[in-house]
Design a protein around this ligand. Sequence first.
Ligand code: AMP
Ligand code: MG
Length: 493
Amino acid sequence: MLFNFNNTYADKLDGFYTPVQSAKVPKAKIIKVNTELAAKLGLNLNNLSKKKQTEIFSGNIAPDGASPIAQVYAGHQFGGFVPQLGDGRALLLGEIIDDKGARFDIQLKGSGRTPYSRAGDGKSALGPVLREYIVSEAMYALGIPSTRALAAVTTGENVMRNQQYLPSAVFTRVAASHIRVGTFQYFAARGEINKVQQLADYTIDRHYPNIKQEANETENPYLSLLIAITDAQASLVAQWMCVGFIHGVMNTDNMTVSGETIDYGPCAFMDYYSPDTVFSSIDRHGRYAYQNQPPITQWNLARLAETLLPLIDENTEHAIELATNALDKFPEKYTEHWLAGMRAKIGLSIVEENDLALINDLLAAMDGQQVDFTLLFRNLADLLQGQEQEVYAQFKDASLFKVWVERWRERLSHETQNTDESIQLMYQKNPIYIPRNHKVEEALEAAVSHADYSKFEVLINTLSNPYQPQEGKEEYTQPAPNELSVYKTFCGT
Ligand code: AMP
Ligand code: MG
């Protein structure tokens, strides 16, 4: 038996899903099984033939103990409320518990139609499956909370996307849970307050058990839940910002209550620093641009808060006041997380009041200069080692930056750690390898057009160790050549 399922969502939350069997596919073939993750989850792949693995990860057979369900949810998509979305091409097979006692969902994505498919075919194209594999694993390796990739399998079928037939694939995703802001919204919009409460209780038990343990009669567990999710999301989006990650579709149905990054669609890492960067072709107005991600997170949390109001207090005005107070703390919490991350990125270990201005001034000096966001911070560490040329060469006009370097050096002199320690901190906190858009595209193109997965494999391996220079991997550290630098990601999922 591969999974030792223990299915609480299916068992406890009747009315929150529809049981569905996955579609059969004609010619399943494994692209990759994440053996490192499997081992971490205590899954015994060794006892399972390749054929059986293929059947399970393609959805051709349901593994023993599975209770496949499509979860229902709603969501604000680009600001407009859609009262019913749900798993239109995904199935939760069940939950497992790892050896540390942590519970994970095992989900198939691209496994066929469900009652929530609307006009969709329930399938996933190969390209987006590989993109999610690459980027979610890269996020995990960077230390950022994320769903993970357990397997990817081609199906032998084609799907139609943008008037083209493309090979399709099934992705196996591992997540702390798939409860979304939109899951709360679905029941709240229908006026099913009991179900909102049931979901809130379930979420507390599963993700924030301390709330119940700490609660006494005077405390308000649902307000505490809102505060806990606000904290988790403030921390998450701060980590995105520190590595230049742009999610692309921060709809409320794509935001977890666990605080993990989920639903890698038209996501991408910013190459040169520009706060209004947008990659997604569907984000025409830049709603989910790089710099908008923190305020959008707060906006999404406000939608969550609305669903919890009747649980927070019977008196609506009082409930609104309590929830507003909780949400108003978001910018402060976000800044605290972001500042901690950015301080480390420039080698600072102690806290000084002017650090915020110092960091903002660095970003201002980078803006409009086509400075590579990832390389810059590695180059700053190099600069402290006496290699100044590369960092200055990144700027079209380095005059502002030069002035900033002097201020930074002065600030570093206040540190209790020595310069070597600052340099080490910077090398530890600033990745050298991120999923660069042209490298992701190159790997996807070889796989989709030529069934050549070698570039995908090398990319995955390189990104699994993002802070350590690796021999022969220089091409993965560099920005795209100019002719490739105008980049768009398409939602063609
Ligand atoms: P996403 O863009 O992945 O966040 O998906 C938004 C909604 O559209 C979710 O309810 C998905 O389940 C649904 N969806 C996306 N692609 C498909 C598809 N190919 N077939 C059915 N439903 C889909
Ligand atoms: Mg989604």
